[in-house]
Design a protein around this ligand. Sequence first.
Ligand code: ZN
Ligand code: ZN
Length: 193
Amino acid sequence: MNLSNVRINVENDVENEIKFALNTPISVKKLSLAVIEEMKKISDLSHLDVTGLSKIPLGKLRNNAVRLHAVCRYKNGVKKTDEISPISVRCIDIHPRVLNDRWSRYANFLLFHEFLHALGFSNHGKEFRRLEALWHDGIAREMGPSFTSYLRNMNAGWLWVCPSCDIRHMRSKRSNGRYRCRLCHGSLVDIKR
Ligand SMILES: [Zn+2]
Ligand SMILES: [Zn+2]
């Protein structure tokens, strides 16, 4: 790996984090209404209670969850072999860090995935995967692994800090003086979290 490439990546990352910091979070309610509108266009789902999805309570996972990005929790006593519809669902929880511009495409897809569980497709079988592939945004469908590594970095053990600008970036490794601040070009300093 060439070090100048690494620098470019870090700079893009820094830029994204600054954008992220300036963003107001996306509301889960708005997200869910947008996803439901999109699902109404999918004819394979037209016989199901897509409108009923809007009544499902939406919550958030813990900030430090890494591999779990969203979950659909059925009500107590509901078995996966039962006839499942939106009223069988206690809540859908989504990762709070996906609710911003940077990850919004993935947030939409995640909620679509959980809504399929709420419509009665309780496991990731063939029919589930066939329907999941009908989501219009193909790139969003592939964003899971990059969101996982983004979360790993967010939970990482080091802060790279610019002492002059006081900008902080969470990283899993030390910067060891190899990286400069994008704004003032001063060396970033490692601080253990
Ligand atoms: Zn699932
Ligand atoms: Zn600086």
